[in-house]
Unconditional design. Structure first.
Length: 247
């Protein structure tokens, strides 16, 4: 631990597993006061059992009323890390209106709700860093069978740049991270649900130029930088952490 985030108050969404969990732990290990949120009680409890210093708070990031209630009890937020996301498989022809609406709410509206609730605190304190998890499957690159996922993750990049532009004079930064394929419980679920899990795993790995999946900890390492005072001149940027897949 190097205390790069010492005493910073940080909110992490989707902290129960995957990138959100790894980032909450990394922030905690760097000295931050972390509040981990998730809709899943069990994964939050497991995180808290392993890391008692991380505060937990059950929160549905798609429920604006709950988010506003949650925000009322916050006195300061130095960093907001938005990690909520859902991957829909299919082309535009496979995407029904319900799929479009669900993906839009989870991948974009959740970040809109969280940012809108937390920004007033950051404005009041005249500082803050917002980090949103996008994807290399977005406005950065098109991938087969990622129609609505790529569309919504592209919207996250637009949301990020807009917030960065609107609040740069308030000393508030907003950046996004665009991971490639990362080993995580949600990735494992997608593999297991495929007709041929063994082949699906091989295909995921084969499309990565480095010949391997990324790790959630590798994404968390960039998040630490963006949360820290080392990145105070960095805003409106998307960091690709994708093993070269978007080259």
């Amino acid at each position: 631990m190097s205390d790069r985030l010492k005493s910073k108050k940080i909110i992490v969404t989707a902290a129960g597993q995957g990138i959100g969990r790894a980032t909450a732990i990394a922030f905690h290990n760097e000295g931050a006061n972390v509040t981990a949120t998730d809709i899943n009680d069990k994964t939050l409890a497991d995180l808290n059992n392993e890391y008692p210093g991380i505060k937990i708070n059950k929160l549905d990031s798609t429920d604006q009323k709950s988010i506003l209630e949650f925000a009322k009890n916050l006195d300061r937020v130095d960093v907001l890390f938005n990690a909520v996301g859902f991957v829909h498989h299919g082309t535009i022809l496979d995407c029904e209106e319900t799929d479009w609406d669900f993906s839009s709410v989870v991948n974009v509206k959740s970040m809109y709700f969280m940012c809108k609730a937390i920004l007033p605190l950051m404005i009041k304190q005249n500082s803050g860093s917002i980090v949103n998890v996008s994807s290399c499957a977005s406005s950065l690159k098109g991938f087969p069978n990622r129609f609505v996922y790529g569309t919504t993750k592209g919207a996250v990049i637009g949301l990020t740049k807009s917030i960065a532009a609107d609040f740069v004079k308030k000393n508030i930064r907003c950046n996004s991270i665009a991971p490639g394929t990362v080993f995580s419980p949600s990735w494992q679920d997608r593999v297991n649900q495929s007709p041929d899990p063994v082949q699906a795993k091989k295909d995921f790995i084969a499309r990565q130029p480095m010949g391997r999946l990324g790790t959630a900890e590798e994404i968390a390492a960039i998040a630490i930088y963006l949360a820290s005072d080392e990145s105070t001149f960095t805003t409106g940027t998307t960091f690709s952490v994708d093993g070269g897949i978007s080259i």
